[in-house]
Design a protein around this ligand. Sequence first.
Ligand code: WQD
Length: 347
Amino acid sequence: MTKKPGILVTGGTGYIGSHTVVELIEQGYDVFIIDNLSNSHAEVIDSIEAITGVRPGFGNIDLNNKSAVQEFLRIHKVEAIIHFAAFKAVGESVEKPIEYYRNNLVSLLNLIEICKENKIKNFVFCSSCSVYGAPDYLPNDQFAAVKPAQSPYANTKKIGEDILRDTSSVNDLQVISLRYFNPVGAHPSAKIGEYPVGPPLNLFPIVTQTAIGKRSQMKVFGTDYNTPDGSCIRDYIHVVDVARAHVVAIERMLSDKTKAKYELFNLGTGNGLSVLEIIKTFEAVTGVKVNYECVPRRSGDVEKVYADTKYANTELGWKTTHTLENMITSAWAWEQVLQKKSMATSK
Ligand code: WQD
C-alpha cells in the first residue's frame, strides 16, 4: 500500500490523540507525535504499536519550545497537523486560569507560525462544545452563538478558534475545527483509554474508579438543575467515533473537498444524557454498583448541552457508530486494565 502523507498529532499520547493516531495509522498515514507527557504516559506509544503493528514517530517536546518543534519537523515531513495538546479540565481551569491561557494559546500560536514557515497547509483544531456556554437552543448546531465562556478552558478554545479563523483568511492555512461534546470510553482492544497522569476530573473515569473501588464514593455535582432528574445533561460520544472524525477531516482537506478556509463541525451523538442516567446505565450494563453522594453544583458547569449532528453527518460525511453500552463496557474494561497495571507496578 502506498504510504499516505505524514501527519503530526500534537498531544498524540493523550486520550483522544492516541485513539486518533491508531485510526490514522490504520488508514495508512505516516504519523508523528509531539507530546510533553504533562498529562499522558510514553508507554501509550507501545500500546499504539501493539494495536496497529506500527510505531509512530515520537518527540517528547513542549509546544512552547518552538525551536524544538521546528527541528522535529525538519526531520519528519508532514502535510497536516492535528492539534490536541492542551490542558482540558473545565473545573481545574477555573482555579488555574493563567496556566490554561499560557499553555493552550502560546502552543497554538507557535504551531500556526510553524505551519507558515514549513508550508504546512492543513490544520485540524480540537475545540469543544464548551464554547457554546449555556446554549440558547438545543440541540446545538454549529451556527449556535458562541457564548461568553463559562470557564478559562472554554475561553482558550473560543480564542483558539478566533485565532485560526483570522489567520486562515489571510494565509495558506486550511482549518477544520472540531467541537467535541463529551468523549468517553476506550479502544475495543483495551490497550488504550483515558489515562491521565493525575486523578481524572471528568465523569466517566470517576464512575469507573468508584465502581472498581479505587474511590469509595463519587459526587454528583448538582441535582437541582432544570432537567428531568435534576442532574446535568451532556452528549457523551465514544472516543473512537471522535477519532474517526479526525481522519475524515484530514481526508477532506487533503482531497481539497473543503468549502471554506475555516470549517467547523460539532462532534456529538445528538443524545443528551444526565449524570444520574449515566450512573444508572453503568450499573445496569456492568452489574456493578456505583456509590455516589449528591452535592451542590460545580462552578463552570452548564445545565444541559447536546449536539445537532446533521451538518457533520451530511457535509463531513461522518456518523457515530458506537452505542452508550459500547462506551460503558469499553470504559469499564479499560478501568480493569488500569487496575492490573497499578497492581503490577505496586509489587
Ligand atoms: C460532565 C458532567 C459534571 C465529575 C467536558 C470535558 C471538556 C470538554 C467539555 C472537550 C457535569 C458531572 C463530573 C464528577 C459529576 N470536552 N460530574 N461528578 O465538564 O462537560 O467537560 O466536556 O473538549 O474537556 O471535560 O465534563 O465529565 O467533567 O462533567 O457530577 O465527579 O458530570 O458536573 O455535569 P464537562 P465532565
